[in-house]
Design a protein around this ligand. Structure first.
Ligand SMILES: [Zn+2]
Length: 382
């Protein structure tokens, strides 16, 4: 028989102390946090970019942990298909179609009323990122599209704040903390030494995958436990960074599949690209790009999406294959067109999509710009 011993934590060997606010008692008992770490959490501000599966779990944990200010940005409204994994939302939120950022703010206020929650119902793009991220000590990625991830990577490197990448689809999750090589900003609350810096997202993946080439949760599904695990890992890194235990931060690109039980941790310390466009040459293509634009099309109950400079053209064969799984789509000379089966717009109309080779797309069924961007990202991805 192997001889097991209960660990110290199970034997009550750690001394107890009572914080001024009893809600943090079990957390301040942790040697890595303590009263000092709790104060640092209270004085910090975290941007949660996207409030879906990763964002709701992260926001809930960080709010309960006592992060002083949470900035939550999301462009979507709560839908019934979110409830399986987006833990802050209720059936009532879905019935009423409340914006996710707003529903999250109301729910979090009930969990910890001492935390300041700033909710923005909007798209994060080159035009809005400065306003929503101003004053944030770090960025937690709860996004569903690559274009915005590369934008936030640019923003974090340009401003010297950490960016905690996270992604989940089907039964797989992936996460990686980024401590920009340019070092922390002058007034940054989170400080790290040169030797503690990591590669950025563009060091590892110089360009985002072309639209339509990667599965999304809407096309491949997603297991709720995977998103919870990714968010829990991200939040652990956030807390370590805020309390100043930089040495404890996971310095790997960590990926796992909760169905096959495969885990991988790729050491990224040797992966820094000496010619990285972003963190070496400080060329912030996504931050400096013209924001991708969306505009209503008069008399058509439709929205036209025009790509920013970072996305050029579509591979229509690939787009046709992706969309064919979701409705009757036909290939034209320089376009793919069809109706998304079972999909309804906010005004109750069928939803059709017309995608052009030059990178434009027209989403028909409503004139709501954020809704149209959301349909595009869900079915094609960006
Ligand atoms: Zn880089």
């Amino acid at each position: 028989m192997p001889n097991f011993h209960w660990p110290d934590w199970a034997c009550g060997r750690y001394a107890s102390s009572m914080s001024s606010d009893p809600r943090y008692h079990r957390q301040t008992l942790l040697p890595g946090i303590g009263e000092r770490g709790q104060e640092r959490l209270r004085d910090s501000t975290v941007l949660i970019a996207g409030c879906g599966a990763l964002g709701t779990v992260a926001a809930d944990l960080l709010c309960r942990a006592g992060v002083g200010t949470l900035v939550i940005v999301d462009r979507d409204v709560v839908e019934a298909t979110n409830l399986q994994r987006q833990t802050l939302f209720t059936e009532r939120d879905a019935e009423r179609g409340i914006p996710k950022a707003e529903a999250a703010r109301l729910r979090l206020g009930q969990a910890n009323s001492t935390v300041r929650i700033r909710a923005f119902v909007e798209d994060i793009d080159a035009g809005t990122v400065g306003a929503v991220a101003a004053g944030c000590d770090l960025v937690l990625d709860g996004l569903d599209n690559f274009e915005t991830r590369y934008l936030l990577n640019d923003y974090a490197v340009a401003n010297g704040i950490p960016y905690i990448y996270g992604a989940a689809v089907a039964t797989e999750g992936m996460t990686m903390p980024i401590l920009p090589r340019g070092g922390p900003g002058e007034d940054a609350r989170i400080q790290w030494a040169d030797r503690e810096a990591t590669p950025c997202l563009r060091c590892l993946f110089p360009e985002p995958p072309p639209p339509g080439t990667t599965p999304t949760c809407d096309t491949a599904g997603v297991l709720g436990s995977v998103t919870a695990m990714v968010a829990a890992h991200q939040v652990s890194q956030v807390i370590k960074l805020i309390v100043g235990d930089i040495a404890a931060v996971d310095r790997t690109l960590r990926s796992f599949d909760l169905w096959t039980n495969k885990h991988r941790a790729m050491d990224t310390s040797a992966a820094s690209n000496p010619e990285c466009t972003c963190c070496v040459h400080a060329h912030f293509e996504f931050l400096d790009s013209e924001a991708a634009s969306a505009r209503m099309l008069c008399g058509r109950n439709a929205v036209q999406l025009r790509p920013g400079r970072t996305r050029s053209s579509f591979d229509l064969d690939r787009i046709e294959r992706v969309l064919a799984a979701h409705g009757d789509f036909k290939r034209g000379a320089a376009s793919v067109r069809g109706v998304l089966e079972g999909e309804r717009s906010p005004s109750g109309h069928p939803v059709s999509m017309l995608v052009f080779e030059d990178g434009r797309a027209i989403v028909e069924g409503d004139t709501d710009l954020d809704w149209a961007r959301g349909v595009f990202d869900r079915f094609i991805g960006s």
